[in-house]
Design a binder for this molecule. Structure first.
Ligand code: DER
Length: 241
């Protein structure tokens, strides 16, 4: 899987990060470190006049550790290219994001970029969202409102138990931390699975969820990606444009 992530990242950088690109958004997760590796390989001269904008704590630390120039999101309204990972991508380049609870800042930098590109391994390459990523749509919510949002998502059709018996609609709890996961913005994350029928209209579902009071951002990225690159097990790369 790591080799597949690396393949996708290298293909995306080679195709979309040209010398004239100076303001670059760096996403979150385990694939984007390979994006940074490939950008570094373009050499000091290519990178000395560039700034790199982070999509969260992990992304910021990645940029700093790579010795690249960290930019302040407030300072750069216009971003040339943002490259980010995803949890699942469908045929229309819609994606589920937020497995790493970074989707608010990720969506800000995706939207602000002239070009937004997804990099992922073959496990994320899907046809209908929700078929490979079954944990649910990650939804960032204000802590004060989380119980109300859970109730409203349940009424919308998000099941509390998946067909395989695993938990469905739930507040994302910390693994080595008592209590819920807290995002870089101080908010909670709710994971909300929906029946495949509802996932066939990710744009409609995104709008319905976004309108719920207390929802800060939804881990459905629709009509945003220019391209997605998937590394395959056989050493090839699939590009969806
Ligand atoms: O949370 C996210 O959307 C991240 O981009 C992440 O889920 C990407 O997955 P990866 O770790 O497989 O790259």
């Amino acid at each position: 899987v790591e080799a597949a992530k690396r393949l996708a990242a290298f293909a995306a950088v080679d195709r979309h990060i040209a010398l004239q690109h100076k303001v670059i958004g760096i996403g979150s997760g385990s694939t984007v470190p390979y994006v940074v590796d490939r950008i570094l390989a373009q050499g000091f001269d290519a990178n000395k006049d560039r700034v790199f904008l982070p999509t969260g704590f992990q992304s910021k630390e990645l940029i700093i550790k790579a010795g690249l120039t960290l930019g302040d999101v407030d300072q750069y309204a216009k971003i040339d290219v943002t490259i980010d990972g995803a949890d699942e991508v469908d045929n229309e380049l819609n994606s589920i994001k937020g497995g790493g609870a970074c989707q608010l800042r990720e969506k800000v930098l995706a939207e602000a970029a002239d070009t937004w590109v997804i990099v992922a391994d073959y496990r994320k390459n899907s046809e209908i969202l929700g078929t490979t990523w079954t944990q649910g749509i990650p939804i960032e919510v204000a802590p004060f409102a989380y119980a109300k949002v859970l109730t409203n998502l349940s009424h919308m059709g998000s099941p509390s138990t998946l067909p395989n018996g695993k938990p469905g609609l739930s507040l994302r709890m910390g693994k080595m931390k008592a209590g819920p996961v807290v995002s870089d913005n101080g908010n909670f994350i709710i994971d909300a699975p929906f029946p495949v029928e509802m996932m066939k209209d990710p744009i409609g579902l995104l709008h319905r969820i976004k309108m719920l009071t207390g929802v800060v951002e939804v881990g459905l990225f629709c009509n945003m990606a220019e391209a997605a690159y998937f590394g395959n097990e056989d050493g090839t790369v699939s590009a969806r444009l």
